[in-house]
Design a binder for this molecule. Structure first.
Ligand SMILES: Nc1ncnc2c1ncn2[C@@H]1O[C@H](COP(=O)(O)OP(=O)(O)O)[C@@H](O)[C@H]1O
Ligand SMILES: [Mg+2]
Length: 259
């Protein structure tokens, strides 16, 4: 059972809150409002991380900031994902959530694309004071590369581990991790990953951070060093975000072992 002190980390995929098939910077405002309202019904300790969708991936690709150092391209991409963050933070506040945008560019230092350091005290004080920090996929300073692209999918397990979160929910655009016949795989563990891996690929749309396989690898990695259970589910279905937050385990579970 969840106790009131437990922390949940919720990721909302860029594939849900933006139109990744359309032009750069196309937000799905109706979906953002609906999800904000579902989150507003939940009053426990929560951190939100959202993806960059069409506010980040096409820009990162255009300036090739995953492949080379380009200060201008990095700034253009960062400013764009910050615009998406402010739309989401505004919708959450309108729905009654005391949400505060936290930009990874200002609190993370990476090394060769992996987070080395993140200023967490401010984030945990926000949670203790009943605010909801809202982080996002971003461009961050990188000790080796100058800057690098930091996926929301990497931020989620990093935060969950250090904040001792109890549950992780990854809301994306599919019902979970799907097998070769389109059925939702119930659970992925380090033990069965080898057989399942062949079904999992990158993203069908522009996504520079690894699509579904990127998520699963990050969460499996976390499952080896913690007992946190993660669920990948469809945030595009009304009721799934609120259902997950109220304790329902939906979509594909990723955990250390079978329970
Ligand atoms: N086995 C799989 N099950 C579900 N989705 C998969 C699978 N393999 C590849 N994908 C792709 O990964 C996408 C999800 O990753 P991504 O586009 O990065 O989502 P997000 O925007 O939520 O980060 C799916 O929409 C799908 O195109
Ligand atoms: Mg993605």
């Amino acid at each position: 059972m969840k106790d009131d002190q437990s922390i949940t980390v919720l990721k909302i995929g860029g594939s849900v809150i933006t139109d990744k098939g359309k032009d750069e910077g196309t937000a799905r405002t109706g979906e953002i409002r609906r999800i904000a309202e579902e989150i507003a019904g939940y009053d426990s300790r929560l951190v939100i991380v959202h993806g960059a969708g069409s506010f980040g991936h096409p820009q990162a690709k255009r300036y090739d900031i995953n492949g080379k150092f380009d200060p201008r391209g990095s700034i253009i991409t960062h400013l764009s994902v910050k615009r998406l963050n402010s739309l989401i933070v505004a919708a959450l506040n309108e729905a009654g959530v005391n949400a505060i945008g936290v930009h990874p560019m200002n609190c993370v230092l990476s090394e060769d694309t992996r987070i080395r350091n993140m200023f967490l005290e401010q984030i945990s004080t926000m949670i203790d004071s009943s605010f909801v920090p809202v982080l996002h996929g971003d461009v961050v300073m990188d000790r080796e590369l100058g800057t690098s692209v930091l996926s929301g999918d990497q931020i989620v397990p990093y935060l969950a581990y250090r904040l001792k979160a109890e549950r992780i929910g990854i809301g994306s655009a599919e019902d979970g991790v799907l097998d070769g016949k389109g059925r939702t795989i119930e659970r992925i563990t380090p033990a069965n990953f080898k057989e399942i891996k062949r079904f999992i690929g990158g993203s069908a749309s522009t996504d520079v951070t690894g699509g579904m396989l990127g998520k699963v690898l990050e969460l499996l990695n976390l499952s080896e060093s913690s007992n946190i259970n993660s669920y990948i589910f469809n945030a595009g279905h009304p009721g799934n975000v609120s259902g997950f937050l109220s304790g329902r385990n939906i979509g594909t579970a990723i955990s250390k072992e079978e329970y």
